[in-house]
Each structure stands twice: as structure tokens, then as C-alpha cells.
Design a protein around this ligand. Structure first.
Ligand code: ADP
Length: 457
């Protein structure tokens, strides 16, 4: 069901309930007032009859009956019965006493002094009348046909009013719900037109104040983030293919050259050696891309375990030394750990090893003496690892960009690399809720500081 019909329905149900309660209250109140006024009149008539009978000696029951019948204030189908204290009928304006005027009723009147009730469409009043020497019980009844007719017409008016009210409320409900949902409909129409190719488009933010404007603004912000992510992905794909094309083109031309069959064995050997270098470069690049993809997978977080950060550092260090024996590295503890938990973080061992491998490799790679110093420290909340070198440093203008995929500073082009390592490092840190900070001066060296939350802080 469309939301505007839902709102209209709820609105109508509430209004119907209020109208119904209102109509029923009016009806009940009108009936109560009618009954009370009518019985008051009936009581007056009964008391007058009793007074005449008891106090005016000239009035015999027969005369009273005649007077009663001709009285102008006589009520519709009025019946008056007067009983003496021993329950024998002293006066009645009709010949036959109805069955509900019985001893039980008289007893009840004696007990309560006055009773009022309604039975078979007749209004009744029963009361005790104190005479000079004797007590009488007076019962009077009549049919309030005019009052009942008025009540019926009131109920019809209320019913018509109720139905008309509901009709108006339903129409008004649909109208107002449609009006208030119009901005959403318009956003809906605009959103339908936005596809992956049109992520620069924005929806109308209306008055910029209400909830719908807030929704539109949030949607626009989401589009901005999506657009950025799409653009990053696009540039990543084009940069990755560009990086792949260069060694592939070199391999192709080397093979083409070798194809003419005129080279000497030595020349073929040299071609094969170059081919091997280019293939290694390709393998390194695809490994880097794979690492980057893996470091972004959130599923890694599922197999995080508590581990001592120094273990990942030692692992990275020994792996690096095996691959590049010329590298010189030193690992120190900034301060002696207070207990064995001081350097424990929650993480993935392989990812953390790769993180330090990249940073130590860079430090050695970009230093003439190929050496790096690793300092392990901690504070109340974090384990802090600083990897420093006395190498070429990073130009200030490049400091912001070195974490973007494929970015390489101008002074680093001579060294091997693809500009992926630091992006991988940053993604790994993001998974570990860590941060990285760099301080560097050209030709003086760089310090990369990694902070990862401690588990037992
Ligand atoms: P790569 O080292 O393969 O180029 P990285 O992503 O690891 O890729 O690094 C990106 C860039 O950051 C490098 O090209 C270099 O310009 C700079 N860089 C990183 N580490 C250092 C360092 N220790 N000293 C100087 N420059 C560095």
C-alpha cells in the first residue's frame, strides 16, 4: 500500500474514532437530559394527583380520574397509581393495573423513597408521598413519544454528520498526505534518473531545513562519496593497466627482435635475461595489486587474533633480509615493556607482517646506506612503531600524495617500485583501526610512525 494511502487511512481512522466518540456522547447526553426532564414532569403530575387525593376532601377518585383525563398538562398515555401503606390501590387513572406494578416494585420504592426507570418504551417514576396521617406510594408512567422522536432525529443527524465527516476526512487525508509527500515523489523521480554514469547529478535540496531536505542532502553527500569512489576506481584501473602495459610492451618488442633469428647466442641470452627482469617486474606488480585488493577485504577482520606486534616486525625483517641481504636493519624497544601485554594488538599476522615489510623495505630502498631503524614503543592506548631512515626523504609537496595508489615522488623514480606499498599499508592500518604519520626532510631522511590500538590497555 502506498504511504500516502496509509497516512490517509490512519488519519481517517483517528478522525472516525473521535467523531464516533463525539456523536455517541452527544446522543447519550441528549437521551439522559430527555429522560430526566420528562420524568421530572411525570413526577410533578404524580405528586399533584396525590396531593389532590390526599388533601382535598372534595376530590373523589372518580372526579380525579375525570380531571386527570381532561388536564392540559396530561402526558402521553399517562398512568398514575396511588397505593396506601398496606399496598392496596387507592387510586388509578386506568382500569387495568399492568403486571410490572407489583408488590416487589412497591417494596423497592418504600426502601429507596424514589426510583426512576424505563421499561418497554415507558418512563416510570415511583415515590413515597407523606400524607397528613398516612404514607402513600405513587407510581406514574408515560410514553415520551415526542422526546423519543426528537432523539431519533438527532441520531439520524449525527449519523449523517458522522458519514459526511468521514468522507471529508478521507478526501482531506489523501490530499494532505499527497501534498506532504510531493517533495519525496519529486526526489524519487530525480533519483530514478541517476545512474553510475551520472553520479555528478544532484537532487534538489528543497528549503534545506526540513526532514525531506535533510534526506536530499544526505543522498547528495552519498552521491559525492560514490562519485569519488567510482573515480578512484576508474583511475586505479587505468593506472594499473598502464603499469602493466609498459613491461608487456617491452617483452613484446624484445620477442619481436629475437624472432628474426639473426642474433648470436650471447645476444639471445641477453634478450632472455631482459625478458626475465620484465617478467619479474610483472610478477611484482601483480603481487602488489593482489596485496592491495586483499588488504581492503573486510573479511580479514574475522580472523583477527591477539598478537605481539614485535613478532610481525621480526617476521617482516627476516623475510626482507632473506630477499635482500644487503639491507641493514636494527630493531629496538623504545622502553622496556611493563608486562607481556604492553605490545599486544588485535590483528592479522600476515597483513601486519606485510605492513612492516613495505615500510622497512622503503626505508632501506630509499637510503644510500640501505639501512633502517625500527623502534617499538607504546603508550596507554596504542602500540607505536617508528621506522626511520637517513635516505632521500620526501618532498613536502608529495607528503600528502604518497598514500595514493601508483603515486611516486619525483626523487624516488630511480628506485624500483610501483607506488602501491603505502596504499597497501594504509588499507591494512584501516582494518586494524590504526593510523600512520610521516615526517620527512629531503636528503635527510624519513620517519614513518604507525599507531595501532592495544588490546589490554
Ligand atoms: P614504491 O616504494 O613502490 O614507490 P610506496 O607506495 O611504498 O611505493 O611509496 C610511495 C612513494 O612514497 C615512493 O615512491 C616514494 O616517493 C615515497 N616514499 C615512501 N617511503 C619512503 C622513504 N622511506 N623515503 C623516501 N621516500 C619514500
Amino acid at each position: 500500500m502506498k504511504i500516502r494511502f496509509k497516512i490517509a487511512l490512519q488519519f481517517s481512522l483517528i478522525a472516525a474514532f473521535i467523531l464516533l466518540a463525539f456523536s455517541v456522547t452527544i446522543y447519550l447526553r441528549a437521551d439522559y437530559v430527555r429522560h430526566r426532564n420528562y420524568v421530572d414532569r411525570l413526577k410533578k403530575r404524580a405528586v399533584t394527583t396525590a396531593r389532590l387525593l390526599v388533601y382535598v376532601k372534595e376530590f373523589t377518585p372518580k372526579m380525579l380520574k375525570l380531571l386527570d383525563r381532561n388536564s392540559l398538562s396530561r402526558l402521553n398515555d399517562e398512568q398514575v397509581f396511588i397505593f396506601n401503606h398496606s399496598d392496596s390501590l387507592t387510586f388509578s387513572n386506568i382500569n387495568k393495573i399492568p403486571s410490572n406494578i407489583n408488590i416487589a416494585l412497591l417494596d423497592k420504592i418504600k426502601k429507596k423513597k424514589e426510583i426512576r426507570f424505563q421499561e418497554n418504551g415507558r418512563e416510570y417514576v415511583g415515590l413515597v408521598f407523606e400524607g397528613k396521617f398516612e404514607t402513600f406510594i405513587v407510581v406514574a408512567s408515560a410514553i415520551d413519544s415526542i422526546g423519543i422522536k426528537d432523539l431519533k432525529s438527532l441520531s439520524e443527524t449525527l449519523l449523517i454528520g458522522f458519514l459526511a465527516g468521514i468522507f471529508v476526512v478521507i478526501i482531506a487525508g489523501i490530499f494532505f498526505a499527497s501534498e506532504s509527500l510531493k517533495p519525496i515523489q519529486s526526489i524519487n523521480q530525480q533519483v530514478k534518473k541517476i545512474s553510475a554514469q551520472h553520479l555528478r547529478e544532484r537532487v534538489n535540496e528543497g528549503n534545506g531545513k526540513d526532514e525531506i531536505a535533510e534526506l536530499a542532502m544526505n543522498f547528495n553527500r552519498m552521491l559525492e562519496r560514490l562519485n569519488l569512489a567510482f573515480e578512484q576506481q576508474r583511475s586505479f584501473v587505468s593506472q594499473a593497466s598502464h603499469e602493466l602495459r609498459t613491461p608487456l610492451a617491452a617483452i613484446k618488442s624484445e620477442i619481436q627482435l629475437a624472432q628474426d633469428g639473426t642474433q648470436s647466442i650471447e645476444e639471445y641470452k641477453s634478450v632472455l635475461a631482459t625478458l626475465l627482469i620484465d617478467t619479474d617486474r610483472l610478477i611484482a606488480l601483480s603481487n602488489g595489486l593482489l596485496q592491495l585488493a586483499r588488504s581492503m577485504e573486510n573479511e580479514n577482520v574475522d580472523n583477527f587474533i591477539p598478537l605481539h606486534i614485535e613478532e610481525s616486525i621480526f617476521l617482516a625483517n627476516s623475510e626482507l633480509k632473506m630477499a635482500k641481504p644487503d639491507y641493514k636493519t636494527e630493531v629496538h624497544f623504545d622502553r622496556v615493556p611493563i608486562d607481556e601485554n604492553s605490545t599486544v594488538v588485535s590483528g592479522n599476522e600476515i597483513l601486519l607482517k606485510n605492513l612492516f615489510l613495505n615500510l622497512i623495505d622503503n626505508a632501506c630502498k630509499y637510503s644510500i646506506d640501505q639501512s633502517a631503524e625500527i623502534r617499538i614503543g607504546f603508550d596507554q592506548k596504542f602500540v607505536i612503531v617508528k621506522i626511520s631512515d637517513s635516505g632521500i626523504g620526501i618532498p613536502e609537496a608529495s607528503l600528502e600524495k604518497i598514500f595514493s595508489p601508483f603515486y611516486r615522488a619525483d626523487n624516488a623514480i630511480q628506485a624500483n617500485g610501483f607506488g602501491i606499498g603505502l596504499s597497501v599499508t594504509q588499507s591494512i592500518l584501516k582494518l586494524h583501526h590504526g593510523t600512520i604519520d610521516v615526517q620527512s626532510a629531503v636528503n635527510k631522511g624519513s620517519v614513518f610512525s604507525v599507531k595501532i590500538p592495544r588490546i589490554y590497555s
